[in-house]
Design a protein around this ligand. Structure first.
Ligand code: PPE
Length: 313
């Protein structure tokens, strides 16, 4: 269960957790008119630091732009709000969730007259696909649901409505005994998980679907591509037939919540040896060393919160 923190940022002010409420006739409740981000703040030896804050904010503003939402704050203001939120809540590590939506005003599909409301909350979020997932890998299925098709819902926007498709995938997967599902795009090629991008490894080469395969332009996806290049491992963005998932040497997920999670089987077919593979492990090691600050931040990906938080111990 979600453990409340003290404050939530709302339209430029910090309010109490329990006061962050919306009216039932808010546009977003009826028509899914929200965009959001998910960002992790990691504990490092020199205090908490937000991982790839600016890339996440860029995507938030891109999502707002796609949906014609006039969000009256600058990138810098929201960045400062996020850092301040971690400070006021005295968090050491947390997940941050900015959400921008069409709020209370009129009812009816036309969203243009409804005000835009913005909140940022944070909380402690552990391992997305279970505690064992990072080491042992997860069992997944190919969803019978297709990922949102081009020209239906824009996949490059991180919009609440996209997650109705994700929920269908996830519910089916869980009910059928899997941890997660991978969807195919409307052409039948591999797209992404309900809340993760997908990578395959075959013959030492890393493959991932291109943005045209209805995937979210994941910040972790971009991180993996960069880390693979740093490690001189070739990475190719290419359309991927479904059966490549079965014959890949390794498959793994990437995402802010999921971080880098190995996939050990797809549709009950073992991937490689049915355990975390060596390339996945190498990428994981590099990823966690960077986010935890045990390796120098050579890409400038960490935004220090600027205050060492008291130890909870
Ligand atoms: N695809 C989807 C559909 C997705 O939701 C995410 C993130 C990604 C790819 C990876 O993107 P990125 O986080 O930028 O690397 N999913 C977020 C929400 C998960 C949730 O259950 O809520 C996340 O990981 O924060």
């Amino acid at each position: 269960m979600l453990k409340p923190t003290e404050k939530i940022w709302h339209n430029g002010r910090f309010i109490n957790w329990d006061d962050a409420k919306v009216h039932v006739l808010s546009h977003v409740i009826h028509y899914g008119s929200s965009i959001f981000e998910g960002i992790r703040c990691y504990e490092t030896a020199t205090g908490p630091a937000i991982f790839r804050l600016h890339e996440h904010l860029r995507r938030l503003f891109d999502s707002a732009h796609i949906y014609r939402m006039d969000f009256p704050f600058t990138h810098e203001q929201v960045a400062e709000a996020m850092l301040e939120l971690v400070r006021v809540n005295k968090m050491r590590a947390c997940y941050l969730r900015p959400v921008v939506f069409r709020s209370y005003g009129d009812v009816g599909v036309n969203p243009l007259k409804n005000p835009i409301d913005a909140y940022i909350a944070c909380w402690e979020w552990g391992k997305y696909l279970g505690d064992e997932a990072l080491a042992s890998g997860v069992d997944v299925c190919v969803s019978s649901w297709t990922r949102i098709a081009p020209n239906t819902l824009p996949a490059l926007a991180k919009a609440g409505a996209n997650y109705m498709n994700s929920q269908l995938m996830k519910m089916q997967a869980i009910t059928d005994g899997y941890s997660e599902a991978i969807a195919l795009d409307s052409n039948g090629y591999v797209s992404e998980g309900s809340g993760e991008n997908v990578f395959l490894v075959r013959d030492g080469k890393i493959l991932t679907p291109p943005l045209g395969a209805s995937v979210l332009p994941g910040i972790t996806r971009n991180t993996i591509v960069q880390l693979a290049q740093d490690l001189s491992t070739p990475v190719v963005e290419t359309i991927i037939p479904r059966e490549m998932l079965y014959i890949a040497d390794e498959v793994f997920f990437s995402g802010t919540a999921a971080e880098v999670t190995p996939v050990r089987s797809v549709d009950r077919i073992k991937v490689g040896k049915g355990e975390r593979g060596p390339v996945t492990e190498k990428i994981q090691r590099e990823f966690f060393a960077l986010v935890n600050g045990t390796k120098p931040d050579r890409h400038g990906w960490l935004s220090p919160v600027g205050q060492k938080q008291p130890s909870l111990a």
